[in-house]
Each structure stands twice: as structure tokens, then as C-alpha cells.
Design a binder for this molecule. Structure first.
Ligand code: M6R
Length: 606
């Protein structure tokens, strides 16, 4: 979704802003723009389409100015167009603003401003912001006060940057949309996402909801909404800049698929240790509390929700606690039964997913303990939850989530083992066995990644298909769901995931000659049953690809063998060939795998 970058220092702002916008391209957008203060006036350059269009169409090399703000827009109010692209200015061209989020009461504010004589050049909700600032500034002649009065009028979500020839720096504010400030040496940076400015600094301040920041090249000041000065803590991000580069791979997605063994090692490091209790120091959860828990809710969206489904199996099987998984956008409307005997776990790679954050707020207001599992330090969800467990997967840039998924699954299984140790629900030998297998996952993934030829060949056969089915039972069904999501989001092939036994209750009607059905079998206890379901579709003409770690000989199926592992952990290994399959099919179709159509990396609207 929309991305923001800001710069103030002694260097030319333009290349730094463009560089930041390019780093944010993965979020998904349809127009982009920059505003610079140059010789006491604001210059705005904006275009529909890609970031490169701004430079191509505007002779940008000549653009000077050491202060600037920039934006990539993912259209919500008003079509993708040059007029609707950010930055937006007030009628007097005194203030330029970039904004992420949605101003819910913009129509009302627009009407108010129109009555005061203001006109609007775009269809956006954002354009009310610079004009309101101007309106209040006329009244009080003090920018900070005018800005604060404007913010008090806004309903909805925002991360806002403002520049003006009236002041030297950049004013920023946020409410339910991410914003970070990176500290440099005689220069400072602002961004909606850390990777945009990671090549310039590793020292970051995080703005909290309702706060205002004023950033000059030498100073970073913060104010609360009463305009009192406050102090925000500086945090050092350990992410390596190369982690946000393609590092020789054709696409971020492929690079991130290959980073999965390392991501899991980082996730488990220090937490899951053999012959020792698990260690989750940030979770202040004791035996008394866990014994009192009646149910666990796991709430998330998309791939993170699929990780939650695997987590449910682990928590139920290892800790014997009823666990319910819900899609975050549905959670609030499902009237969940939450009280102080409910533990709610929220999973979000970005930590900015609006639906997940809203669900977390609901759980907190009903007195549940909340745990956020996230990949992004200081993200909104981590600041809302009672406890935070970071996945430490490193920056995930491709829209299709891969390494975040495996690290989320590893995190939640690690937590389940930790709870089982506290509750004493499992035999010590069993616990050591599963820990050993968990720690052995990176080498098993490496084995799959070392042998991709088979998958590349299968991908060639599926490339021109329009439909596919993924089936499995138990955790294999959870793998099917995630494999199917990967295929549809990057290859645009319609695919459905079904519990293997459910196919004959309707969807089998869709099986025709040569329809591809991808089966998953990672549990010998249910192997025969899934095999029978595969036979049912085979007899109706389907072509079968089977991902399996059980010894199966069947000449009617293309069988991709993967390493043997406990069925609780199997999704982490079995998902790898399915990620690769989706990737190679999308590549064969010539699609942009990192930035699939209509999708955004972090979904900050409900
Ligand atoms: O940042 P989050 O983990 O909260 O994102 C949730 C989903 O939007 C995300 O997993 C989405 O489904 C991915 N594009 C799937 O690959």
C-alpha cells in the first residue's frame, strides 16, 4: 500500500527520495510523487504509474533542494492519476503533504473548507489536510498549533509529512499508520517502512499514535497532542542492508525462499535449546496463568492466518488447550468469547495489518492477554500487544510471503513447546525429540532447495492451466491452503484448497480430463485415506502431483519426495516445493512475481 519517504540534510534530497521510493515499490502502488523545497518555494513532481516516470517526465536531474517528501500511492479515494498522486498542496501552495491511511471524515471537512472558499484539485481524502493546515495557520500564525488543530479534526488513520518554505524541517504525525524516523549524521530520514532508508541508517525512532515530530538535519523533536515536548527511545535495527537487496537472485521472492533455512535458525536461536527449557523471556506467562486458560485464539490474515492454523495443531496437540483460528477481518463480527481466561495470539509479518490490529484492540478491551508475533521491530501491532515475540526472519520484500510464513510457524511451535514444558503436558523425551526435529528443519529445507529440477519441470506442465486443486488432510490441508494461496496470488491461476475428504461433497464436479490436483501427504496415519481421495480424482481424469514424505509407489502420479519429519512440523518443509512451484509457474508466464497485480505488502486498510 502507500509508501512514504522524507529527507532533510546537506545532500540533494531528490536521489535519496527516489531511492527510498524504489525500495518501497514492493508495497504495491499506482502513482508516485516528490515535493522539494527549492529556493524558498515548493516544487512538486508527480506521475501516474511507476516511480521511474517521475524522473523520466520531469527532468529531475536539475531538481535541487535538501528537504523533500515523497510518496507512492495505492488508490483508495479517486482513481490512479497524476492529479490524485501525492504530494498535495493547499490552495496557496504554502504547504505540501504526503499521507498514508484514510481520512474517514474527509467529505465533511471538504464541505467545511469549500464554504470557507477553498477549492480542490483532486478526488483524494488527503487534499483536505494541507488546506486545513492553511486554514488554521491563517488564524494562529503558528505552524505547530495549526498542525495540531488539523490533526484534531481528522478521523481515521494517517502517517503525514509536511514541508513548507515557512520552516526549515519536516513535520510528521501518525495515527494507526506506520512511520519511522532514521537518524543520520547531520541528516535525518523519514519513512513508512524501515527498508526504504536502511541503506542510510540503522538508528530509528518510532512515532506513537497521536504524536507529532519535527525533524531538521540536526534535531529530532517529539510532542504529544498537548504540544508538550516528549522523549522517544532510539532503537537500533539489526537488519543488514544486503538483506533488503536481491543479492544476485532474479527476484526477492526467490531470494527469500532460499533464505528460509537461515530465517528459521534466527527464529529459534536462544529460544529452543536441547536438554534445556525453552526460553521466551519476553513472555511473562507462568503456570498459574496457563492452567487457567480455557481457550486460545489465533487471529491473522492471509499467509499469517495459515501459519496460525499450523500453530493451532501444535498448541492443541502439545498443550491440550482448545485453540480457535480466525481471520482477522471476521473476528470482530464473530462475537468471539473472550475474557481474562482467553489468550489471544496475533500474527502479522508487517505488524501493520489494519484488520489484525483492530482484532487485537478488541481482545484487549475484553481483558484477554495478547501476544503479537511479528517480523517488524516497533511496528504498530508490537506496540499494542501485551507481549511481543519477533520472528527475526529479516526484511521480507516480495508481496508473496515465504520466509515470514516458515518463521511464524517455527515461532508458534516453539511457543507451544514452551507452554507444554510449563504445563507439563508432554513427556520429557517427546519434548526433546520434537525440539531436535525443529532444530533440524534448516538442513531439511536445504535438501529440498538443493533439488529443484523436478519442480521446475512440473511448473512447465502447469503453466498454461487455468485451474488447480490442492488437497490434504489435517496439517496437510493447512499446507494445501498456503500452497494454493501462493499459486493464485503470483501466477493468477485459479486454485482451490480442500480437505481431501471433502472433494466428493461437491468440488469433484469440477474435475475434468487433465485438471491438476496437487496432493500433500506428510502423515503416514492418514496416508491411505488421502491416497484414496487422489484415486477418486484420478479416475475422473485428473493429473496428480503428490508432495509426500511417506514411501509411496504409484506410477499414475508425479511424486515429489521431501524429507521425513514429525507431522506437526511438516508444513515448514512441505511448503517449500509449493512455493517454488508457484514461483516458477509465474516466471514461465512472464509475470512480476514480487509485485503481483492488485496486491500490497502491508494492508493498512480494513
Ligand atoms: O503483514 P501480515 O502478515 O499481517 O500480512 C497478512 C497478509 O496480508 C499476507 O500474509 C498476505 O496474505 C500475503 N501476500 C500472502 O503471501
Amino acid at each position: 500500500m502507500c509508501g512514504i519517504v522524507g529527507y532533510i540534510g546537506n545532500k540533494k534530497a531528490n536521489p535519496i527520495l527516489i531511492d527510498g521510493l524504489l525500495a518501497l515499490e514492493y508495497r504495491g502502488y499506482d502513482s508516485a510523487g516528490i515535493a522539494l523545497i527549492d529556493n524558498g518555494k515548493i516544487n512538486v513532481f508527480k506521475e501516474k504509474g511507476r516511480v521511474k516516470n517521475i524522473s523520466l517526465n520531469n527532468n529531475m536531474d536539475t531538481a535541487t533542494g535538501n528537504v523533500g517528501i515523497a510518496h507512492t500511492r495505492w488508490a483508495t479515494h479517486g482513481k490512479p492519476s497524476q492529479e490524485n498522486a501525492h504530494p498535495h498542496m493547499d490552495n496557496s501552495k504554502m504547504f505540501a503533504v504526503v499521507h498514508n491511511g484514510i481520512i474517514e471524515n474527509y467529505s465533511e471537512l471538504r464541505e467545511f473548507l469549500k464554504k470557507k472558499g477553498y477549492h480542490f484539485d483532486s478526488e483524494t481524502d488527503t487534499e483536505v489536510i494541507p488546506n486545513l493546515i492553511h486554514y488554521y495557520y491563517q488564524d494562529c500564525n503558528n505552524f505547530l498549533e495549526a498542525f495540531n488543530r488539523t490533526l484534531n479534526d481528522l478521523k481515521g488513520s494517517y502517517a503525514i509529512l509536511v514541508i513548507s518554505p515557512l520552516f526549515e524541517g519536516v513535520y510528521v504525525a501518525k495515527m494507526a499508520s506506520p512511520l519511522v524516523i532514521g537518524e543520520g549524521n547531520n541528516e535525518n530520514f523519514i519513512a513508512s517502512d524501515i527498508p526504504a532508508i536502511l541503506s542510510y541508517t540503522k538508528e530509528f525512532y518510532f512515532l506513537n499514535d497521536g504524536e507529532i515530530g519535527y525533524i531538521t538535519k540536526q534535531e529530532i523533536k517529539f510532542y504529544n497532542n498537548k504540544l508538550e515536548k516528549i522523549v522517544n527511545e532510539k532503537k537500533v535495527i539489526e537488519w543488514d542492508k544486503n538483506a533488503a537487496d536481491k543479492d544476485g537472485f532474479d527476484d526477492y521472492m526467490l531470494k527469500e525462499i532460499y533464505e528460509q533455512p537461515r530465517a528459521i535458525k534466527e527464529t529459534l536461536a536462544g529460544r529452543v535449546v536441547l536438554n534445556n527449557s525453552c526460553n521466551f523471556p519476553d513472555l511473562e506467562i507462568d503456570k498459574n496463568y496457563l492452567e487457567k486458560i480455557k481457550r486460545v485464539y489465533i487471529v491473522a490474515c492471509g499467509t499469517a492466518m495459515h501459519a496460525g492454523l499450523v500453530g493451532k495443531k501444535a498448541i492443541e496437540q502439545l498443550c491440550n488447550i482448545t485453540t480457535i483460528v480466525d481471520v482477522a477481518s471476521e473476528f470482530r463480527y464473530n462475537k468471539p468469547i473472550i475474557d481474562d481466561e482467553t489468550l489471544c495470539i496475533f500474527i502479522s509479518q508487517s505488524g501493520e495489518t489494519a484488520d489484525t490490529i483492530a482484532a487485537l484492540k478488541l481482545a484487549k478491551s475484553n481483558n484477554a492477554k495478547t501476544i503479537a508475533i511479528s517480523n517488524v521491530l516497533g511496528s504498530s501491532i508490537t506496540r499494542e500487544a501485551d507481549y511481543v515475540v519477533y520472528t527475526h526472519a529479516g526484511p521480507e520484500i516480495a508481496v508473496a510471503s515465504t520466509k515470514a510464513y516458515v518463521s511464524q510457524v517455527a515461532t508458534i511451535i516453539g511457543m507451544a513447546i514452551y507452554f507444554a514444558e510449563i504445563l507439563d503436558t508432554l513427556d520429557k523425551k517427546e519434548i526433546e525429540k520434537i525440539k531436535t526435529e525443529l532444530l533440524d528443519l534448516p538442513s531439511k529445507i536445504d535438501k529440498v532447495l538443493d533439488n529443484t529440477k523436478e519442480i521446475i519441470d512440473i511448473a512447465k506442465n502447469i503453466t498454461n492451466e487455468t485451474n488447480a486443486f490442492y488437497i490434504g488432510r489435517g496439517n496437510d490441508y493447512n499446507i494445501a491452503l498456503e500452497g494454493s494461496l501462493k499459486l493464485k496470488e503470483i501466477s493468477y491461476i485459479h486454485s482451490e484448497a480442500y480437505p481431501a475428504g471433502e472433494l466428493k461433497h461437491g468440488p469433484i464436479a469440477l474435475i475434468e480430463n487433465d485438471t491438476y490436483v496437487i496432493g500433500i501427504i506428510t502423515n503416514s496415519d492418514i496416508c491411505e485415506k488421502t491416497l484414496s481421495n487422489l484415486e477418486e480424482v484420478k479416475t475422473r481424469g485428473a493429473k496428480i502431483v503428490l508432495i509426500s514424505n511417506v514411501d509411496i509407489v504409484n506410477e499414475d502420479m508425479i511424486i515429489v519426495n521431501i524429507p521425513q519429519i514429525n507431522s506437526i512440523l511438516a508444513p515448514i518443509v512441505a511448503i517449500i516445493p509449493l512455493q517454488l512451484l508457484a514461483y516458477y509457474i509465474a516466471k514461465n508466464k512472464g509475470l512480476d512475481v514480487d509485485k503481483p497485480r492488485n496486491l500490497a505488502k502491508s494492508v493498512t486498510v480494513e
